[in-house]
Structure formats: structure tokens, C-alpha cells
Design a protein around this ligand. Structure first.
Ligand SMILES: C[S@@+](CC[C@H](N)C(=O)[O-])C[C@H]1O[C@@H](n2cnc3c(N)ncnc32)[C@H](O)[C@@H]1O
Length: 298
């Protein structure tokens, strides 16, 4: 099973958390204009876009879902492309967002990004790019992982003689907030710097639980960025070592309850709702055309 296929089968954790956050934040979003296209950044295999985002949107609104991985985009497009949903490749951490196809298709009234931005080390750049992709007054809803014992698990395995060669850069895969005392303060600061007014920003401890151990193992495998680097014939041994370490350091917990054993994977995630503050530039204020066009919006 390739990464995209495994991800397509293992996104229950993300779906549950996104559902909870959108239930809370949706009433605060502005839907005065019930037309246009919103952006979903880091859509993976497309399940969360299709099952959590699309059904909540007004029927006249479409989604452009983007991901850095061509394999994810191919998988998502194959499964979910339709009249209101299409997919494109985009690195939200690019220093040249203005040169991308996606930028040319904008600006967008909303940018959503669920469980993606923690992969981008340069948070300022990613948030500035989101600001550039939004129309003036546009809104963003972000969910970003801030911590989990899984990152200690990666660190431990990266020091083992058998796997170190494949994991030397493990720090690159840690969420940028994992060693931060107050991630909400840091994200809020970055959002202000990128021209946003912050409506909500919270960090929550959560956990994904199931009585099906395999589901929890698949979830941690789907978000393990090193699996694809391990030669095929050693992959099973790597996954076994990951699971052993996961139980040993608390990445997976097994609790025996009267109804059976419940397996859980603890993590913390931060979510934010922010509005791009509309600044009228000198050039725009002299212009007779006060409608926000593509250039003014960017
Ligand atoms: C854990 S998945 C989340 C997928 C989906 N949003 C969800 O909630 O289930 C994270 C996705 O972010 C993508 N990603 C990582 N870095 C990215 C970047 N710089 N730009 C766009 N997508 C990125 C990965 O390829 C992956 O598909």
C-alpha cells in the first residue's frame, strides 16, 4: 500500500477533530457571498475535504484542494473530482507563491488548512502565502498539530543503529511548535505579522481512540514520514520497531475497560480562525476602480 492509499484509509483522527472544530467555528464564518471557490491547503487523499468541508459549504461554492504531494493529488482527484471539487499541486511554503497556477486562480474568499501546516518549518512564510491567496476581508481556518509522543518516538528510532541512516533529519518533521511553551501566542503573533485579525486561537489536548488496534497502528503509520524511505524488504521490521516504541513511550496506550481494550493515540492540536485585514494601498486609493480585482487582492 503506498502513502496516499494508506492515508486514504486512515484519516478518522483528522475527520473527527476537523468535524469538532468546524462545528464550533462555522457559525462565526461570513457567508454573505455564497458564490466562488474556497481553497483547502494540504488536502491529502481528499477525504476530509469531501466529507467535512464540502457538505458544509453553500451549494454555489466550490473547493480547490491543493497538496505538495503529486501522489496525494492524483489519488484525491481519482477518488473525488467533481463539479464542485478539483485538485492541484501546491507547496504552501514556496517563496514564489505569485508564480504558481493556484495564485493565478485566486484570490479566494476562504482558505482552510487541516493537519498540514505543521509540516512547514517556515510558518511565517506559509501564513504570509495564505494571506496573499486570500481576498481582502477573507477568512482562514487552520488546524495545526502542536505535539504528540510520536515525535519522541521518531527521535528514539533516529538514534537506533538500524534506522538512523533513514532518519537523520527527523527534526525537519517535528511540528515547529513542539518545543514551544505557548504555541497559541506564537501563532497569534505570526498571524498578526501576516496581516490577520485573530478571532479564535486555541490549543487542545486530544486523542484518537478505537477498540481496533490496527486502526490506531495505521493512523500512526500514515503520518510517519519515514516509512517510504525504508527499503521494501526492511519495512515490516521498521513498522514493528515503531509499534514497539509507540507502546513503550506512550504514543499508543492500551486501556483495558469492561467492554474490551481501548487503544488511543494522544496528540495536541491548535486551531485558529483569522480574518485578513483589508488595507487600502496608496495605489488602490487613487484608482477609480474601487472593486477588489485580482491584483488588489494579492
Ligand atoms: C496529515 S495530511 C492531512 C490531510 C487532510 N487535510 C486531513 O485533514 O486529513 C497532511 C498533508 O499535508 C501535505 N503537505 C505537507 N507539506 C505541505 C506543503 N508545504 N504544502 C502543501 N501541502 C503539504 C502532505 O502531503 C499531506 O498530504
Amino acid at each position: 500500500m503506498d502513502d496516499a492509499e494508506l492515508y486514504a484509509k486512515s484519516s478518522s483522527l483528522q475527520q473527527q477533530f476537523v468535524n469538532k472544530v468546524l462545528q464550533e467555528l462555522w457559525p462565526a464564518l461570513d457567508w454573505q457571498c455564497e458564490q466562488g471557490t474556497v481553497l483547502d491547503v494540504g488536502c491529502g487523499a481528499g477525504d476530509v475535504t469531501t466529507y467535512e468541508l464540502l457538505p458544509r459549504l453553500p451549494p454555489g461554492v466550490s473547493v480547490l484542494a491543493v497538496d505538495i504531494s503529486p501522489a496525494m493529488i492524483a489519488k484525491a482527484a481519482d477518488r473525488f473530482s467533481g463539479p464542485r471539487l478539483c485538485f492541484r499541486q501546491l507547496d504552501i511554503g514556496t517563496p514564489r507563491i505569485e508564480e504558481t497556477d493556484v495564485w493565478r486562480l485566486g484570490p479566494f474568499p476562504k482558505v482552510f488548512s487541516f493537519f498540514c501546516l505543521h509540516w512547514v518549518q517556515d510558518q511565517r512564510l506559509a501564513l504570509q502565502n495564505i494571506g496573499k491567496l486570500l481576498s481582502p476581508g477573507g477568512e482562514t481556518v487552520l488546524i495545526i498539530v502542536t505535539g504528540s509522543p510520536i515525535y519522541m518516538m521518531f527521535e528514539t528510532l533516529s538514534k537506533s543503529s538500524r534506522w538512523s541512516a533513514y532518519m537523520m533529519d527527523y527534526r525537519q518533521f517535528e511540528p515547529p511548535y513542539v518545543r514551544t511553551e505557548d504555541p497559541v501566542a506564537v501563532l497569534t503573533k505570526y498571524l498578526h505579522e501576516a496581516g490577520f485579525s485573530v478571532k479564535t486561537c486555541r490549543n487542545e489536548d486530544s486523542s484518537y481512540s478505537s477498540t481496533d488496534e490496527q486502526k490506531v497502528k495505521n493512523t500512526i503509520t500514515a503520518i510517519n514520514p519515514f516509512v517510504g524511505r525504508i527499503p521494501q524488504q526492511q519495512r515490516e521490521a521498521f513498522l514493528q520497531d515503531c509499534v514497539a516504541e509507540a507502546y513503550s513511550n506512550g504514543t499508543i496506550r492500551a486501556d483495558t475497560l469492561p467492554g474490551g481494550t481501548v487503544y488511543s493515540f494522544p496528540y495536541s492540536a491548535m486551531f485558529a480562525h483569522a480574518v485578513k485585514v483589508h488595507r487600502v494601498s496608496r495605489a488602490t486609493s487613487y484608482s477609480s476602480n474601487l472593486h477588489s480585482n485580482h491584483t488588489a487582492g494579492h
